[in-house]
Design a protein around this ligand. Structure first.
Ligand SMILES: O=C(O)c1cccc(O)c1O
Ligand SMILES: [Fe+2]
Length: 296
C-alpha cells in the first residue's frame, strides 16, 4: 500500500501555448511563475510552486502528479509498483527540476492515465499573486477518466490509501486521501484523460463573481453555478482552450470522523444527482450530466 500525501500537479500539453497561458492567468486567475524553460508555463494556486504546468506540444494531459512524504516512501513505491507488474520509470534531473520536485517516478495506471509520484515538492513562502481576483486558494482535486469506474476504484484503493467518499452510480467515484471529501475523482469515459481540474475559492461570492466574469468574457460554462450533494461544494465548471475543463468550488466537506463515514450511492439518472440546485444539465433526462462537455 502506497501512502499518497497529497495531490501535486497536473501537467498538460498544449498546441497553442500562448492562448492556453493567457486563459490560465487572465481568465482562471492563476499566477504565472518564471519557469526558466521556454515552452513551459508553471501556474501557481497555493503555497506550492505550481499546480498546473502547460507544456507546448501535443495537446492533452501528460501526467497527474501526487506527493509522497519521504524519499524512502518513493523508493518503496517504486518496488511495490514493479512487484504489481507496472513498468516504472524514474524522472531525470531535468524533468524533476521542471516539476519542482526532488525526485519522481512515473507509470501508466491500468487505464492509460500517466501517474507520477514525487517527493520534495517545492514550497514558496511569499503569498500567491493571482493574475486576477478569482479568489483561488488551492488546488482542490483532479478528476481522471476511465472506462470502468469500479475497476478504477479497485486500483486506487488497493494500490494507494484512497478511500471512496461517494459514488454516482457507475459513472463517478469520489475518493479522499485526507480529510477533504475528495482529491481524486474518476469519471466514466471511453478513453483515459483529464476530466477536470478543480480549484477551491475563498468564499461563496467568488464562485458567483467568477461566473459573471467568465460569462462577460465569452467563456463556455459547462455546468453551474450549482451545488454538489456529495461534497456539498458550490461549483462552476467551465471550458478552457484545448478541451481542458476547470472547476471552481467553495465549501467542500471535510470527513473528520473517518470511522463514521459511509459512502453514499447517488443515482446518475435521478434528477439533481450532481447538482442539488437542478441547473440545466441536472434536468437533462438520462443522463449526460456526468459528461460535462457535450459530444461534438
Ligand atoms: O464536489 C463534488 O462533490 C463533486 C461531485 C460530482 C462531480 C464533481 O466534479 C465534484 O467535484
Ligand atoms: Fe469536481
Amino acid at each position: 500500500m502506497i501512502e499518497l500525501e497529497d495531490i501535486g500537479y497536473v501537467r498538460s500539453g498544449v498546441a497553442d501555448f500562448a492562448t492556453a497561458v493567457h486563459f490560465a492567468t487572465d481568465i482562471v486567475g492563476l499566477e504565472l511563475m518564471d519557469s526558466g524553460e521556454p515552452g513551459v508555463a508553471h501556474l501557481r494556486s497555493d503555497s506550492h510552486h505550481h499546480s498546473l504546468s502547460l507544456v507546448e506540444g501535443v495537446s492533452g494531459v501528460i501526467a497527474s502528479g501526487f506527493t509522497l512524504a519521504t524519499e524512502d516512501a518513493l523508493v518503496a513505491a517504486e518496488s511495490e509498483l514493479e512487484r504489481r507488474g507496472f513498468r516504472v520509470t524514474r524522472g531525470d534531473e531535468k524533468e524533476a527540476r521542471s516539476r519542482r520536485v526532488a525526485e519522481f517516478i512515473g507509470f501508466d495506471d491500468p487505464f492509460g492515465n500517466r501517474i507520477e509520484l514525487a517527493f520534495g515538492r517545492q514550497t514558496i513562502s511569499r503569498p500567491v499573486r493571482l493574475s486576477r481576483g478569482s479568489g483561488i486558494t488551492e488546488f482542490g482535486h483532479l478528476c481522471l477518466d476511465a472506462p470502468d469506474v469500479r475497476e478504477a476504484y479497485r486500483f486506487w484503493s488497493s494500490t494507494f490509501n484512497a478511500r471512496v467518499s461517494d459514488w454516482v452510480g457507475d459513472g463517478a467515484c469520489l475518493m479522499r486521501i485526507d480529510e477533504v471529501h475528495h482529491k481524486i475523482a474518476v469519471f466514466q469515459a471511453d478513453e483515459p484523460g483529464m476530466c477536470h481540474m478543480n480549484f477551491q475559492v475563498a468564499e461563496l461570492d467568488d464562485v458567483f463573481r467568477n461566473w459573471h466574469f467568465l460569462v462577460e468574457h465569452g467563456v463556455e460554462i459547462e455546468m453551474g453555478p450549482g451545488r454538489h450533494p456529495q461534497s456539498g461544494a458550490i461549483f462552476l465548471y467551465f471550458l478552457g482552450p484545448e478541451n481542458f475543463t476547470y472547476e471552481y468550488s467553495f465549501g467542500v466537506r471535510r470527513i473528520t470522523d473517518e470511522a463514521a463515514w459511509r459512502p453514499r450511492f447517488f443515482d446518475p439518472d435521478e434528477i439533481g444527482a450532481i447538482d442539488m440546485w437542478l441547473g440545466p444539465k441536472a434536468r437533462t433526462v438520462s443522463q449526460p450530466q456526468l459528461r460535462l462537455s457535450d459530444p461534438a
